[in-house]
Ligand binder design. Sequence first.
Ligand code: WTA
Length: 652
Amino acid sequence: MSSGAPNAPIPLLAGAAIDGMNAYRALVEEAQRDPEAYWARLAREHLDWQRPFTRTLDATNAPFFKWFDDGLLNASYNCLDRHLANGGAARTALIFEADGGEVTTLSYGELHARVCRVANALRERGVRRGDRVMIYLPMSVEGVVAMQACARIGAPHSVVFGGFSAKSLHERMVNVGACVLITADEQVRGGRHLPLKTIADEALSMDGGENVHTVIVYRRTGGAVPWQAGRDVWLHEIEAAQSAACEPEWVDAEHPLFILYTSGSTGTPKGVQHSTGGYLLWAALTMKWTFDIRASDVFWCTADIGWITGHSYICYGPTAVGATQVIFEGVPTWPDAGRFWQMIGRHKVSIFYTAPTAIRSLIKAADSHPEVHPSRYDLGTLRLLGTVGEPINPDAWRWFAAEVGGGRCPVLDTFWQTETGGHMIAPLPGVTPLVPGSCTLPLPGIEAAIVDESGRDVPNGNGGLLVIKRPWPSMLRTVWGNPARYRAGYFPEELGGTLYLAGDGAIRDPHTGYFTITGRVDDVLNVSGHRMGTAEIESALAAHPEVAEAAVVGRPDATTGEAIVAFVVLKGQRPVDAEAQRVADALRAWVGHEIGPIAKPREIRFGDAMPKTRSGKIVRRLLRSVAKGEAIEQDTSTVENPAVISQFSKAA
Ligand code: WTA
């Protein structure tokens, strides 16, 4: 690794949206004094309402909270139309860079027109307020257009990451009850083509796929695609046939804006349902507060629209505040690992928001290939850096701050989740002295705390469970079609039933009160910033005809944060040597096909049986130690069959 920590602390930003610790404290106090008045003020100031709300929070059916629920608004109107007056239509909204380097720029006026055309086309196809639209698209202008078009007509969208398999797409499509699917002929990443439409057709051919009456296809490459006449239509053809004016559907603030599936501790992903008003408020406000967004900024968030970060900090947040942003189709390491740095220079990016895994892989690349070291590029336009998705280790933080930020740009380690809609605990560039590895303090109005297993506050310096004590506007509203799972999973009775349980462990510094997130406390893994449920991978493995039983755990990994390790018992004999390798490869490919390549186990190990307690429970804590390569010093007396542990200690 190249040079270490910057010598001087990174200076606070002068004149930031929240300007100094006193301004921050004033907001925190305002929120504590009268939370409803605080949130009502912000919602009036930062969103345009077609009909103002008169009720702020309705908690009568807690934990099913409602915010601003008699107010009417439209998300796409707030993200597009309200910026068009006074020359705003000419302002650049999107700077799209394709995998091969071609650049397309869209003004707010042009983006608005495209969104209106697609919205009209959806309406013409019979899509009405409340109907669900599935989106399975690569990173593209079209992805943003599709999401905004759905928002415009009040049709909740559900975006599925382009790396998920046909089965995963199908499972989500059926669960959400989609009537339209928007996809592309192919996806291009790192020079490779992936046949999205073919995968989508496989999903549509499974049970329930017939409920999708329209498939809209964005022509990205012109590659050959399967086609079902009557059902399938080209995006460019329907756009050309429509008007560029479209009256927005005014919806109440609680109307679902989208459903985004994420992993939990059971085998089936959950559809996290977000609202229109509360969600959009926080997406916009955190753009202003955390990122201090200004008219002169060029913002770049490297996430994919298939994840929550791409929803809040590509599709909705930047547009809600009228920002100019870069969106990127490709991957950070292609054609070489200087791609991000080169793009920052080319597009004069001033705010750069990315994932710790990407940073760690670029550190590695720069160490072995000095020509892609950030110092070789012009990064002088940067003024703020941000990270999200997983803990960032202090070494990577310092490198990012020094080598990319030149020691002058605050590094904002933003902690949040699919369920929270936007940043929860994050430094503010004009407020918070930075500490590498800490996401620092909650944003004003977010009542974060750390409790023990019975819901009691723990003193600073003691680790515990991260909770949020009060509802906030951008929180998820429910789990789509499964309110019981929402209540039990996020407001568990063991904690008293009123605390929002994040599922992460955390600890507060006794002196500063800063939070550090220590990682998930449930059976959710974080691999390269992607959330994966161990139960999902286990049930995919168990569905393989040769597999009798499987258990999946995570082990720490220097680049990806965590790596997936699977312990497998076959129905037949335990395979060894070349046979073990063959079966492991087959199982990896199987998981790729069942869920998607991101879920493929890094390692697969075979044993004659699972290590179990006498009551038949798999001893996971032991498997975690085995995965880490630790010597087993734990007490194995409760294990029925300790002999299998040594079998599992060898990777296939
Ligand atoms: C983890 C991504 C440490 C955490 C926005 C959380 C983090 C999960 C951070 C949510 C961070 C996210 N520091 N851990 N700054 N940000 N996480 O739903 O475990 O894809 O619960 O949302 O990522 O992942 P999700």
